[in-house]
Design a protein around this ligand. Structure first.
Ligand SMILES: Nc1nc2c(ncn2[C@@H]2O[C@H](COP(=O)(O)OP(=O)(O)O)[C@@H](O)[C@H]2O)c(=O)[nH]1
Ligand SMILES: [Mg+2]
Ligand SMILES: [Zn+2]
Length: 308
């Protein structure tokens, strides 16, 4: 029987079969998938094959994992070079951000976008808490919207509290499997509760976001959207991706640079101070956004080349 993984809590999984029944599932045997070393072989969003294990307790065993279309992962919190798969088979990835309470930095958004490019998962950015915006935040938002949409990322401004802009984001999510991420406190759970009224996901106290490590759970969980589609919430996930990225490939994940790097004089150009660099030329001609370039330099600096 084929089923979809909705939740993973380590050794137990919640899966749903095609008839819509939920089961508690666990793995049988040892799985090695895609030759990647992962601390969790099965992730939310995985398509699996299940067999009845204990009919009284309604438990099943996972006997097979179907090939993934894609997946996103992060570094295992415990072992640096181990991966932890966050979710699989995604249609898109949506980052929630806020310009106030808490402030999301451009660096955070850009790292998220680089990760999405690495995994070939389309990305969109949703700015929540528009009700808290004053002139300063509105100006910043419109600047960012212009910057991101020019390079192909859809950007939305909403207020979950005031019910503003929600329909556009519903349209974005409809009939797709979307991964939701973002700093804690930006309103992801509040948003899911609004668009899935039959659910009640615990939301955080406003004071909660200032204190790190207050999260009740860090496990990703998938929810069916009543208007079609699925959403994966990732509580406590600050950042994903960038696990095995090399300095050399980073510019491939900046779409506005990717289209220019073939014109650099050196094919190993890092676009810092090499002669004949097409990226630097485009920056000087103001065809590229300087703040995006600064993000590029910051991420480049943060990459430790892995030594074998
Ligand atoms: N002012 C304002 N507060 C909001 C809005 N959306 C959510 N919040 C509040 O932000 C806090 C954190 O929300 P939560 O959904 O738990 O964030 P999560 O950590 O991203 O899941 C809660 O106190 C919410 O009531 C909004 O649109 N405007
Ligand atoms: Mg939450
Ligand atoms: Zn260059």
């Amino acid at each position: 029987m084929r089923a979809l993984v909705y939740k993973s809590t380590g050794s137990w999984y919640t899966v749903k079969n095609q008839a819509g029944d939920f089961y508690n599932a666990r793995l049988k045997g040892i799985f090695k998938i895609d030759d990647i070393t992962s601390t969790n072989p099965v992730a939310v969003g995985d398509e699996v094959e299940i067999e009845a294990e204990n009919e009284i307790e309604n438990t099943v065993t996972i006997t097979k994992i179907y090939d993934r279309r894609n997946y996103v992962n992060r570094q295992s919190p415990r072992q640096k070079y181990q991966h932890h798969i966050i979710a699989a088979n995604l249609d898109q990835s949506v980052v929630f951000a806020t310009l106030k309470e808490p402030k999301t930095s451009q660096g955070f958004i850009d790292r998220f976008l680089v990760a999405c490019e690495m995994y070939h998962v389309p990305a969109a950015i949703v700015f929540n808490k528009a009700d808290l915006h004053r002139k300063k935040e509105d100006e910043k938002y419109f600047g960012w919207k212009q910057m991101y949409e020019k390079i192909g990322y859809r950007t939305f401004l909403i207020s979950v509290e005031k019910g503003m802009g929600i329909d556009e984001v519903r349209g974005l999510l409809k009939d797709k499997i979307s991964l939701l991420s973002g700093h804690s406190g930006v309103g992801k759970s509040t948003f899911i509760n609004i668009i899935c009224p039959q659910l009640t996901i615990k939301t955080q106290d406003v004071s909660g976001w200032s204190g790190k490590g207050l999260h009740t759970t860090t496990f990703a969980e998938m929810y069916d959207l009543p208007f079609g589609g699925k959403i994966i919430d990732t509580p406590g996930l600050r950042e994903f991706g960038l696990v095995d990225i090399s300095k050399q490939e980073l510019s491939h994940y900046f779409p506005e640079m990717r289209s220019r790097i073939n014109e650099c004089q050196f094919n190993n150009c890092l676009h810092i101070n090499e002669p004949g660099c097409a990226v630097k030329k485009a920056l000087e001609d103001e065809e590229l956004n300087i703040d995006r370039y600064i993000s590029y330099c910051n991420i480049l600096d943060s990459i430790e080349e892995r030594k074998y």
